[in-house]
Design a protein around this ligand. Structure first.
Ligand code: ADP
Ligand code: MG
Length: 352
C-alpha cells in the first residue's frame, strides 16, 4: 500500500505545525520521519492515521483519498512511545482486543482469534507469555505486545511513533534490528518517527528529515548522510566541523583553507560556510599539502576508529577528526602534537 501526502497544512491556532508537506511513500517501504523535538513528526503521523485532520491538502492511502476518513476507516495500525497496554488484560487479551471488538458480522470466530494471536505472539517472539499481565513484562516485551496488537487487525499501514524511545540503549538497538527483520518478513508499509539519527539511518529504507513543520530532505540513509542538501541536514545527521569564509574567483577561502568552488559559482563574492565530517579530516605527513594545521588536544580511541579533538593553529577553532586506528598508530600521534590536516570532502553552503 502506498501513502501519498499532498501539500498538507496543519495549524494549531496561528501556529503552523505542518507547512505544505508533500511526500510519497512506496508500497512495503520503511520510512523514518526524523527531526528535532517540535518539528512536526508526530503531527504528520497523526494526520496520516486520521487522529488529526489536515487543514489543507490531501492524504491518499493506496490511491484512495482518505482525507475525510476516520481512523477506523483508514485501517492503520499504530504504536506509540508510551503505549498503554490494557493493564487488567493479559498479553493474549491485549493482542486479541482489536479482533474481539469488531462488529459481529466481521468478527472472527473464537478459534480463529486464538490461532491468529498465537501466530502473532510467535512473530514478535513472545510465545509462552500469553497469560502474563503487562506489569509482568519488560519494557521491550511490552512494546512487542503493542506491535502484535497493532498487527492483529491486519492494517494497511503501520505507524510507529518513537516506539522504542522510552527503552534503554541496548534494548533499543536489539528491537531496532528485530523490527527491521520483522518488516522485511511482512513487507507492510511502515512510517516510523524518531529523533535519533542513528536509529533512522540504521533502520529506514528512506529518511524524511523534518524541521519547523517542513521537509528539509528526503533520501536513502546514504543520501541524507553523505549528501545533505543544506546546513540543517548536515548538522543534524552527524558531527561536523564548520569553517567560515568567502568565495573569490571560484575559490572558497576559509581561513587558511582554499578549495575549488567553481561548481558553486553562483555564490561568488558571498560569505559561505564549509562543512566537513570528522571522518573526512585526514592527518597527513606532508605539511605543504595540508589544508590547515592543528594542535591535538584529546585522543579518544574507540574500537577501530580514533577520535581526535584539535584546535586550529591559526584561528583557535575547535576541530574534530576521526581516523582509523592503523593510521593513528602509524603516525604515533600524542596529545600536544601539531599535525597537518587535509580535508577530504568539504560541502559549501551560503552563510545565512
Ligand atoms: P515532534 O513530534 O516532531 O516533536 P509535534 O508534531 O508533536 O512535534 O509538534 C509540532 C509542533 O506542534 C510543536 O511545536 C507542538 O508544540 C505543536 N503542537 C502539537 N500538537 C499540538 C496541539 N494539539 N495543540 C497545540 N500545539 C500543538
Ligand atoms: Mg513527537
Amino acid at each position: 500500500m502506498n501513502i501519498h501526502i499532498d501539500q498538507v497544512i496543519k495549524r494549531f491556532g496561528t501556529f503552523h505545525a505542518l507547512n505544505e508537506i508533500s511526500l510519497q511513500i512506496n508500497p512495503g517501504e520503511l520510512v523514518a520521519l526524523l527531526g528535532p523535538s517540535g518539528s512536526g513528526k508526530t503531527t504528520l503521523l497523526r494526520v496520516i492515521a486520521g487522529l488529526e485532520s489536515a487543514d489543507e491538502g490531501e492524504v491518499y492511502i493506496n490511491g484512495d483519498n482518505v482525507t475525510l476518513d476516520d481512523v477506523q476507516k483508514r485501517q492503520v495500525g499504530f504504536v506509540f512511545q508510551h503505549y498503554a497496554l490494557f493493564r487488567h488484560m493479559t498479553v493474549f487479551e491485549n493482542v486479541a482486543f482489536g479482533l474481539r471488538v469488531r462488529p459481529r458480522r466481521i468478527r472472527p470466530a473464537k478459534a480463529e482469534i486464538q490461532a491468529k494471536v498465537s501466530e502473532l505472539l510467535d512473530l514478535v517472539q513472545l510465545r509462552g507469555l500469553s497469560n502474563r499481565y503487562p506489569d509482568q513484562l519488560s519494557g521491550g516485551q511490552r512494546q512487542r505486545v503493542a506491535l502484535a496488537r497493532a498487527l492483529a487487525v491486519e492494517p494497511k499501514v503501520l505507524l510507529l511513533d518513537e516506539p522504542f524511545g522510552a527503552l534503554d540503549t541496548k534494548v533499543r538497538r536489539d528491537l531496532r534490528q528485530w523490527l527491521r527483520k520483522l518488516h522485511d518478513e511482512l513487507a507492510i508499509t511502515t512510517v516510523f518517527v524518531t529523533h535519533d539519527q542513528e536509529e533512522a539511518l540504521e533502520l529506514a529504507d528512506r529518511v524524511v528529515v523534518m524541521n519547523h513543520g517542513k521537509i528539509e530532505q528526503v533520501g536513502t540513509p546514504e543520501e541524507v548522510y553523505q549528501s545533505p542538501l543544506n546546513p540543517f541536514v548536515f548538522d543534524f545527521m552527524g558531527s561536523v566541523n564548520i569553517f567560515h569564509g568567502r568565495i573569490e574567483d571560484g575559490i572558497a577561502k576559509l581561513g587558511s583553507i582554499e578549495v575549488d568552488a567553481s561548481t558553486t559559482k553562483k555564490l561568488d563574492g558571498e560569505a559561505v560556510v564549509g562543512y566537513v565530517r570528522p571522518h573526512d579530516v585526514e592527518i597527513i605527513t606532508q605539511k605543504d599539502e595540508a589544508d590547515l594545521e592543528a594542535k591535538v588536544l584529546h585522543i579518544h580511541p574507540i574500537g577501530p576508529t580514533v577520535r581526535l579533538e584539535l584546535t586550529h593553529v591559526d584561528d583557535k577553532e575547535h576541530i574534530q577528526a576521526e581516523v582509523n586506528r592503523e593510521d593513528y598508530e602509524l603516525l604515533q600521534i600524542k596529545s600536544g602534537d601539531q599535525v597537518a590536516l587535509k580535508l577530504r570532502k568539504l560541502a559549501i553552503f551560503e552563510d545565512k
